[in-house]
Design a protein around this ligand. Structure first.
Ligand SMILES: Nc1ncnc2c1ncn2[C@@H]1O[C@H](COP(=O)(O)OP(=O)(O)OP(=O)(O)O)[C@@H](O)[C@H]1O
Length: 351
């Protein structure tokens, strides 16, 4: 099922602030889309509006060509998975999976068949007779996914489904969600505030801030070609280093820095992994190495510039020590520029 928002706005209360502002997007059939953004940006509200558990103040919502704006969750036939699993503790795994089918009046033979099929899909067959309390968090979430899929939903909605799991299980389960989504082909919307999670499993990531879509594109594009300063800084860890243009323009070719300024560029950004250690005059920054962190294969250097600005540098060969004065440069193609409103400024030469 394709989902389309047409200028949707949401205000919980007349006197309250507008939580989502004039939101328009398309979610392609059979795709997995993540909604990513900081706390309070409107991720769950967007998901609830797709589900039909909430209704917009303005705008229309379409499932394929059908206007579902006024239809509730049952009419929209959505499947939902929550952070806390929301399983029935007194029912077995099998009964939990079959529950929506029982409510729909499906006969027992068919219910059992479907429960087995879904248990196989989410790889929980050997636990069918257990109660949720006897399962690990990851296994409980598998049951919740199977239950959400039981009625062959038009769309599967997941609100921070992995938040209660430890780091290793989180990684494992996100791969599982991707596999299950691919096998079933069900259009899936996944809410998370974890960028790695969103980038690793999604066909598209919708980045939200303060109820406004900042960018809606494939994960690689978000990282390599951010539309604005918010997206550039939100994605990537450590965060992109940001400089005032005037602090950095001397190291840019004059014709390019002139053109960028003409276009309104006031800030320049360089990702920590784009720096190259150099002794040449082409260095963009020079500073004192304040800290070197080596954790497994990760290398991170914190450099303090003369101005006092701290710069993060990652993935470089470390042939210097803490306290050393070191210089770094980068190719102009690795630099991002932004105007005073935080919008990206691109000159063809700087691309
Ligand atoms: N029932 C409600 N009544 C009034 N305001 C609400 C209600 N639910 C959410 N809000 C407000 O709407 C805004 C968006 O909330 P929402 O839960 O959608 O954000 P979120 O991005 O999912 O946040 P989080 O990551 O913290 O869960 C917040 O400012 C929140 O305070």
């Amino acid at each position: 099922m394709e989902v389309r928002f047409n200028s949707v706005s949401m205000q919980y209360d007349e006197n309250d602030k507008t939580v989502l502002k004039d939101m328009s997007f398309d979610i392609e059939n059979h795709s997995l889309v993540s909604i990513l953004g900081p706390s309070g940006c409107g991720k769950s509200t967007t998901l609830m509006l797709i589900s039909g558990l909430l209704f917009p103040t303005d705008g229309q919502i379409f499932f394929d060509d059908k206007d579902v704006t006024k239809k509730d969750a049952v009419q929209r036939k959505v499947g939902m998975v929550f952070q806390n699993y929301a399983l029935y503790p007194h029912l077995s795994v099998q009964d939990n999976i079959m529950f929506p089918l029982k409510m729909a009046g499906v006969n027992k033979k068919k219910r059992l068949e479907k429960a087995q099929e879904l248990a196989d899909l989410v790889q929980i067959s050997e636990h069918l007779n257990k109660k949720p309390g006897q399962l690990s968090g990851g296994q409980q979430q598998r049951v919740a996914i199977a239950r959400a899929l039981a009625k062959e939903p038009s769309i599967l909605l997941m609100d921070e489904p992995l938040s209660n799991l430890d780091a290793k299980l989180r990684t494992e389960m996100r791969e599982e969600i991707r596999r299950i989504q691919k096998e079933t082909g069900v259009t899936t919307v996944f809410v998370t505030h974890d960028q790695e999670e969103a980038l690793s499993i999604s066909d598209k990531v919708m980045v939200l801030n303060e109820g406004v879509i900042q960018q809606n594109s494939n994960p690689q594009q978000l990282y390599d070609d951010p539309d604005n300063l918010f997206v550039a800084r939100f994605l990537g860890s450590p965060e992109m280093n940001i400089f005032e243009m005037e602090d950095i323009e001397d190291s840019l070719p004059q014709n390019i820095s002139g053109r960028l300024k003409q276009q309104g560029a006031v800030l320049a950004g360089i990702r920590p992994e784009s720096w190259i250690h150099t002794n040449s005059e082409e260095a963009v920054i020079t500073g004192i190495t304040e800290r070197i962190e080596i954790v497994g294969k990760e290398r991170k250097v914190s450099l303090v510039l003369e101005s006092g600005q701290m710069v993060d540098i990652a993935d470089v060969e470390i042939n210097f020590r803490e306290g050393d004065m070191v210089s770094f440069g980068t190719d102009i193609s690795n630099m991002f520029f932004f105007d005073g409103d935080g919008n990206r400024v691109v000159t063809t030469d700087a691309e």
